[in-house]
Write a new protein. Structure first.
Length: 185
């Protein structure tokens, strides 16, 4: 389902009063809770957090009618995660939801843990916990979207078939990874 909520800024024939009365299309989303987010991040070795960042950047692209590339911003998240967190903080404040995390500290933690992937075996595994610094921003965006009068979001109660497939992949690969780490060089 698609909802119209923001004006068309490219139409130069409209008056300033008309700009904010013309809605823009935004898709409706079902939001997973934070426990499900963590399960998916662990099962995918942190790759689900990149997918979530893509979806968040896509939301802000639609909302702000900007020309950003959400996929590129998600892939290069080490350089863009701070901007994403600031956007989430602003959006939540606009929806009367007080920010629950510090964007600078959370972004720094995410970046530092992500860079620890260069450590030797098995110490690089700590870098898989970088998504932990995204849980608070995820929750803040989720609650702000659910509380927002201009956005029709709702809680998703269950995992989808795709989510179960991802979790199944993780259940199969995690033991192989752990076994591989126990083998002698």
């Amino acid at each position: 389902m698609v909802h119209r909520i923001f004006p068309d800024f490219m139409n130069l024939t409209t008056t300033p009063d008309q700009l904010y009365s013309q809605p823009v299309l935004l898709e409706e989303k079902e939001m997973l809770n934070d426990v499900k987010f963590i399960i998916l991040c662990v099962a995918t070795f942190g790759l689900y957090s990149v997918w979530w960042q893509y979806k968040a950047w896509r939301f802000f692209k639609q909302r702000q009618q900007s020309d950003i590339w959400p996929a590129v911003r998600a892939i290069f998240s080490l350089f863009t995660v701070y901007d994403l967190m600031k956007n989430i903080n602003r959006f939540s404040q606009n929806n009367d939801f007080a920010p629950v995390y510090n964007a600078k500290n959370s972004a720094a933690g995410y970046i530092i843990l992500s860079l620890l992937v260069r450590l030797p075996d098995p110490f690089w595994l700590v870098s898989l916990l970088a998504f932990a610094f995204l849980v608070a921003p995820y929750n803040e965006l989720r609650f702000a979207l659910l509380k927002s009068a201009e956005y029709a979001g709702k809680d998703k109660k269950r995992f989808s078939g795709y989510h179960f497939a991802i979790i199944g992949f993780g259940v199969l690969v995690w033991p192989l990874l752990i076994y591989g780490l126990t083998l002698p060089d």
